[in-house]
Write a protein that binds this ligand. Structure first.
Ligand code: GLA
Length: 730
């Protein structure tokens, strides 16, 4: 049983295979966080031990008439609310009709059931059968107003992960304004931790950052109505000594794609509160009497064995119980995308030539990127007008898609459905359909405005426009792009008292559009994109089993980006392409081999004009595609071990071990070489310890314990050189 309730001391022990998350009730009213870490059978200690050991005196009040020594600021309250003696950052903050913004949430009761409920309107993890997940729901209530909060904990026992979310029920007989409704609050009991997060910019996404906790707040967030290039809805709390394969780490990932906060609030007693959820900044939700509000969910993972194990838990859960649909489990096609080959300058003939050449080399899918609709010869116009440009494509999308299909390839198409260009028929017909505030400038970004997805008519238009195209031609793949952040937040349709709801309503609208379209076209593979990886978060995975990781296609830059992204995201979700040299983003020249080796560690494809390649490079491309087809299942469904980090030295090594441990793929890449450098030892991990493995290239057979303990040596003699090794268990 995953959830054990101990009636005697009122504790709930949420057990996964290797961890326990324990909460309990004191004073009959207060739900406390007691423990999260390695699995323990039971919590036999007095619950007051961690509540009263600190003799907190002046300026630290008690919310308990019965027990004035229970100092509220020294308590690890599981869902803290604003207004009483605990004045740290709350999870919950709401305003009532009398102007008061005080709530007191007391424990009422609990319910345990098999399975897991979906969260209305929001993406979430799911159970494939009720036996694999157990859920605990705890009801809290404000005695004065009657407001109810349901905390939900779904325990994925075998996946070693817990999904937490919150439902707020307005049973107060009045309207309530939600100002903060965090998804998960939890704690670490000292501050000897580092706050680990992923930060970056366009084309430099998700670089790993580690900062020590100190008194006060450390947080990352987004106010862009998109999870963003700058920060990811992820945080980890790791001991300073934690490495890839040793040491404690707590990982939290939010299944949401809009404004978020991930925060560590170190209190006066070093008790550290961890909040994660929708960003309270810019959030203000009118919850009418009788209505409910559901927060997105947070997935938490604890590893006693370093970041690698934390990531592998996220990877397994996300690829198996967050991604969904036909493409979840099957091999996805090797693609070629024309963007960096042609940009806007193409016609049917050019695209067919690219497709023909690619098909002859083994590529399985031809993707036509931006520029096929309206009169879009550059990025100044036509977004919103999803009708083929007959100047470039005389037979429309249908004729091109059929010709590509006849070559024996699948055909895919780029859309940016959330956007509108001022120079478009759509904007001329509906200037009020974009997000804007009357009287203020509609600030363009990449020459475009954002459609108001809080409106049903706009959402219907998008579903209709995209499905018309998808229904009109043999289209097997969609690249769904989103190329700006949202400014001048306002909607022509929402009443004044609901204007501040737009950021979250936008996300609800987007999720509903994606739900409808992926439901209507279950065979189509949808890949997400947002100027590369600008909205590559867990909330996107149910719709997009893969995501364009970054607009930076340079192999060396990609080492950092893919390494950081893999903290949470499995390799099967990371779009990675070989592009031309000198690279279009950074001007660097790397070999075809290295570009291929790095891209093969994600969802592999090409994004260059194959007709310009030398015979030698063409031979290499053919060889890469053949190799990739042999290893893609191992890379995408296997366990990933980050053996060498680009952030820590002059090379990178990633290893993927098949679930049944029968195959191993190792990619080693030198960043900057060094003359007469020392050799780098790489010790394998996760092999079947008693087995032998054969290097499929040289035929050499190694004992697994040799590979894992002695390891292999690599040289770093030359910049940007790489190796790909494949081993099979003998
Ligand atoms: C974004 C995407 C690119 C490409 C262009 C097209 O930048 O990230 O891959 O699709 O848009 O305009």
């Amino acid at each position: 049983m995953a959830i054990i309730y101990n009636e005697k001391n009122k504790t709930f022990n949420l057990q996964t295979k290797n961890t326990s998350y324990i909460i309990g009730v004191i004073e009959d009213t207060v739900l406390l966080h007691l423990y999260y870490g390695k699995k323990i059978r039971a919590y036999n200690q007095d619950l007051y031990e961690i509540a009263v050991t600190r003799d907190a005196g002046a300026f630290c009040g008690s919310d308990f008439e019965s027990n004035p020594y229970l100092r509220s600021e020294a308590l690890a309250v599981e869902y803290p609310c604003y207004g009483h003696a605990d004045l740290r950052t709350p999870a919950f903050h709401a305003e009532y009709e009398n102007g008061s913004a005080i709530t007191k949430l007391d424990y009422v009761d609990y319910r345990i059931f098999d399975g897991k409920k979906a969260i209305p309107g929001l993406p979430s993890t799911y159970a494939e059968n009720d036996g694999e997940v157990q859920t605990l729901e705890i009801t809290l209530r404000d005695a004065l107003t009657g407001l109810e909060v349901i905390l939900s904990y779904s325990v994925f026992e075998d996946f070693d992960a817990i999904a937490k979310s919150v439902k707020i029920k307005n049973l107060t007989g009045q309207n309530v304004r939600l100002k903060s409704a965090i998804s998960s609050t939890t704690y670490v009991f000292d501050k000897r931790f580092e706050f680990v997060h992923l930060a970056g910019a366009w084309a430099r996404e998700r670089h790993i950052q580690r900062v020590p906790l100190t008194s006060g707040n450390i947080s990352v967030d987004s106010k862009r109505v998109s999870s963003s290039h700058q920060h990811s809805p992820f945080m980890a709390l790791a001991r300073p000594e934690t490495t890839e394969n040793a040491g404690e780490v707590y990982g939290y990932s939010l299944v949401y794609s809009g404004n978020f906060i991930a925060q560590a609030d170190v209190g006066a007693y070093d008790l550290t509160r961890l909040n994660m959820g929708i960003n309270p900044f810019g959030f203000n939700w009118l919850l009418e009497d009788g209505e409910e509000f559901c927060t997105p969910e947070v997935i938490s993972v604890y590893s006693a064995n370093g970041f690698g194990e934390m990531s592998r838990s996220f990877h397994r859960l996300y690829r198996n119980r967050l991604c969904r649909g036909k493409w979840r489990d099957i091999e996805r096609p090797v693609l070629i995308n024309n963007w960096e080959a042609t940009y806007f300058d193409f016609d049917e003939e050019k695209i067919l030539n690219i497709a023909k050449k690619a098909q002859s080399l083994g590529v399985e899918l031809m993707v036509l990127d931006d520029g096929w609709f309206g009169k879009r010869d550059d990025d100044t116009n036509s977004l919103g007008d999803w009708v083929a440009d007959r100047r470039k494509l005389p037979g429309g999308i249908d004729a091109l898609a059929k010709k590509v299909t006849e070559l024996g390839m699948k055909f895919g198409l780029w859309f940016e459905p959330e956007m509108v260009s001022e120079d478009s028929d759509l904007y001329r017909a509906h200037p009020d359909w974009c997000i804007h505030v009357e009287g203020r400038r509609r600030t363009p970004s990449r020459q475009q405005l954002v459609l108001d997805l809080s409106r049903d008519d706009v959402c219907d238009y998008i579903v209709d426009a995209v499905s018309k195209v998808l229904g009109s031609a043999p289209i097997s793949y969609v690249k769904w792009d989103m190329n700006r952040n949202i400014t001048e937040i306002g909607s022509a349709k929402l009443p004044a008292e609901r204007q501040q709801e737009l950021p979250h309503r936008y996300m609800l609208g987007l999720y509903s559009v994606l739900e409808r379209l992926t439901g209507m076209f279950p065979d189509v593979l949808f890949e997400g994109c947002s100027g590369g990886g600008g909205r590559f978060d867990a909330g996107m995975l149910p719709y997009f089993p893969q995501y364009w990781t970054s607009d930076d296609t340079d192999a060396i830059e990609r080492l950092y980006i893919q390494h950081g992204t893999s903290m949470v995201m499995p390799s099967c979700t990371m779009g990675a392409h070989v592009s031309a040299v000198p690279n279009h983003q950074i001007g660097r020249t790397t070999s075809m081999k290295t570009r291929g080796n790095v891209a093969m560690m994600g969802q592999f494809g090409y994004e260059l004009d194959l007709s310009t390649l030398s015979d030698e490079d063409i031979a290499e491309v053919r060889n890469q595609i053949e190799t990739y087809k042999k290893i893609r299942t191992t890379v995408h469904r296997g366990d990933m071990y980050r053996l060498r980090s680009p952030f820590e030295g002059r090379n990178t090594a990633w290893e993927y071990v098949a679930e049944d441990k029968s195959r191993v793929v190792l990619m080693y890449c030198t960043i900057m070489g060094k003359v007469q450098a020392e050799l780098t030892r790489v010790r394998f991990e996760g092999l079947d310890a008693d087995a032998k493995y054969r290097d499929t290239e040289t035929g050499t057979v190694y004992d697994a314990d040799f590979l894992m303990n002695r390891g292999l040596f690599f040289d770093d003699n030359h910049d940007f050189e790489s190796r790909l090794m494949i081993f099979e268990r003998v």
